[in-house]
Write a protein that binds this ligand. Structure first.
Ligand code: SER
Length: 610
């Protein structure tokens, strides 16, 4: 069964049982700054699990895009991927049970029964072999659960919730033998998204991947099989009726929810009879391509490349671009990690870009944004090209010595990558030292930028500050009327005038100078707000912020924006300040008094406020 068919069958199965199909939310959480990415299907639904009414009702089904980079070191094993799709069916405290089972509510009984039915039914579901199924339930840690039955270490989360005999009974009623139902502690069978939010005991389904079949297993044998990945988790039913606050379970929610999650990649692996996700139809054409073009075969590298480029493509599709901060930094790490692995097995940035395009094609009709994100000049190839310039040199440098500071600042190696490469050589990186060095470096370059600027500004009297803001507007005007090749080549401002050098090859006609003047005066007339925004340098570049000497600026830059109330942006430029707070305070009319050659390819303007 193809992954496409699994998705379709899942949605249809639950739609038939009264669930409304909801589209996947973005990988970048919309209203939750506490996490970088959507890591589970339940995340975008948290408000509804807590009781807010969902516009589509109380019974939902979805396929949610998820990214988990906490597992990044595990990529290359059989079952982990940084991006995956999670199939989920949901009861948001749904009181009704449409087919009469259990009657009272859509909670444990319906959830477990439908999971089992979907997994095993040949007609409507996946037709998996019930004899290969094992399930786990929560062992309980409340006072009524005898200590002899609690296996969890005493230091872990105490939920105060009872043993989930109810779920075990439901499994038994469906035909799962009692000895294939394992009771496990909260470390295994309690699900919560973090220290705060809805949570609850869960019941997990595992499938036997071995050729011969494992048959009946004792508790210990089962744990060992899990460890060996002879059985893999394919589905998790969480019974979310509790709430966690600051890491403690504080009591019950006002409603009983069902949150189920089944990983598409793993289901595909099981159904396609593979022992790892990379051999499924979700990856195999990509893996083939990598194998065909790489000079040296390294399973681990092949998988990392296939995984990371796929995740990158999905992140770009959801609006993330490579930067030095937050989501952008993770994306940069993924792309650069793939680039290093590619370099090691003889693949080039063009190969990696081809892989990105293949993913675009593969997911085109399910996630059109992924296809759109893999156009000609996409963020991935831009980042790859940028990194390629220093990658080979950086790797050579690394072979000679592993100074992470030099590798980060001169060669663009994310610290985590250097750490990883070093680990492979048995070297440990002093992370604390690195962090300190980086901090100092950033402070110095910030100060450097400030001092450099003072050279241009003779003094910071009111008049020079006004002329400084005008100079920004003038540069924006010059670029507007002469073209994007125009950049600052030098500047000197006194109380009398601004003198400004810029890159341009020929004399600027007076009518253009008039237009530039008018542009500046219009911004003055409109009383535009002048604001500073701090952003990663790469973000600023991608946004088309104007600046020269980019390489001299720190990783996080100050961008001065001049924007009118009507939304027109008159200027956005990299700068250390100072500027007026609003162009409305600028006294006089801006006038360009002189335009002449300065040096080869550079023109000079003098301008005043009259
Ligand atoms: N929230 C649970 C999980 O992520 C089930 O969807 O496993």
């Amino acid at each position: 069964m193809t992954s496409r068919e699994i998705r379709e069958r899942f949605l249809k199965f639950f739609e038939k049982r009264g669930h409304a199909i909801v589209p996947s939310a973005s990988l970048v959480p919309e209203n939750d700054p506490s996490v970088l990415f959507t890591t589970a299907g339940m995340q975008p639904l948290v408000p509804y699990l807590l009781g807010a009414p969902h516009p589509k009702g109380k019974r939902l089904v979805n396929v949610q895009k998820c990214v988990r980079t906490g597992d990044i070191e595990e990529i290359g094993d059989n079952t982990h991927a940084t991006f995956f799709e999670m199939l989920g069916n949901w009861s948001l405290g749904d009181p009704a049970s449409p087919d009469g089972i259990g009657g009272a509510s859509y909670f444990k009984e319906d959830a477990i029964k439908w999971s089992y039915e979907f997994l095993t039914s040949k007609e409507e579901g996946l037709g998996l072999d019930p004899k290969r199924l094992y399930v786990t339930v929560f062992e309980g840690d409340d006072p009524s659960t005898p200590l002899s039955l609690r296996t969890g270490p005493s230091t872990t989360l105490r939920t105060g919730a009872p043993r989930d005999n109810e779920s075990a009974e439901i499994w038994k009623s469906l035909g799962v033998p009692a000895h294939r139902i394992y009771y496990l502690p909260a470390t295994k069978n309690w699900w919560s998204p973090g220290d705060n939010g809805p949570c609850g005991p869960d019941s997990e389904m595992f499938y036997d991947l071995t050729e011969k079949g494992l048959g009946d297993m004792t508790h210990e044998e089962y744990l060992a099989a899990d460890e060996r990945q002879d059985v893999v988790e394919i589905w998790n039913d969480v019974f979310m009726e509790y709430e966690k606050k600051d890491g403690k379970v504080i009591g019950k929610l006002s409603q009983k929810n069902v949150d189920t999650g089944a990983g598409l990649e793993r289901l595909a692996m099981v159904l396609q009879k593979k022992n790892n996700v990379f051999d499924t139809d979700l990856f195999n054409s990509i893996i083939q391509y990598i194998k065909e073009y790489s000079k040296e075969y390294k399973e681990q590298s092949v998988r990392i490349i296939a995984d990371h480029i796929r995740t990158s493509v999905f992140l770009v599709a959801d609006g993330v671009f490579p930067s030095n901060k937050e989501q952008g930094y993770i994306l940069r790490r993924l792309i650069r990690r793939a680039a290093i692995r590619a370099q090691q097995i003889g693949l080039t940035p063009s190969h990696l870009n081809a892989i990105a395009l293949m993913y675009g094609e593969q997911y085109k009709d399910i996630y059109p944004a992924v296809f759109n994100a893999t156009g000609d000049e996409n963020q991935i190839i831009i980042e790859l090209r940028k990194f390629q310039k220093t990658l080979i040199e950086g790797l050579k440098k690394f072979e000679k010595g592993t100074d992470p500071f030099i590798l980060a600042t001169t060669y663009g190696f994310p610290i985590e990558l250097t750490e990883e490469l070093a680990r492979e050589k048995g070297i440990v990186i002093d992370r604390e030292k690195f962090d300190q060095e980086m901090k100092m470096h950033q402070n110095l370059s910030r100060r450097g930028a400030g001092e450099k600027f003072k050279g241009g500004l003779a003094d910071t009297s009111e008049k020079t500050v006004m002329l400084h803001t005008c100079t920004h507007l003038m540069l924006a005007g010059l670029r507007k009327y002469l073209g994007g090749h125009v950049h600052q080549a030098g500047s000197n401002i006194t109380v009398e005038r601004t003198r400004f050098d810029f890159t341009h090859n020929e004399k600027v006609p007076r009518e253009i100078l008039d237009k530039v003047e008018a542009y500046v005066n219009e911004a003055i007339m409109k009383g535009c707000a002048v604001t500073i925004e701090q952003m990663p340098k790469a973000d600023a570049q991608a946004r088309g912020v104007e600046g020269s000497f980019w390489e001299k600026y720190p990783d996080v830059v100050n961008v001065y924006m001049v924007k009118a109330a009507d939304g027109t942006t008159y200027s956005q430029e990299l700068c250390g300040g100072p500027h007026v707070e609003n162009t409305g305070v600028i006294k006089g009319a801006f006038k360009i008094t002189k335009e002449e050659a300065s040096s080869a390819g550079v023109r000079r303007i003098k301008a005043v406020l009259e």
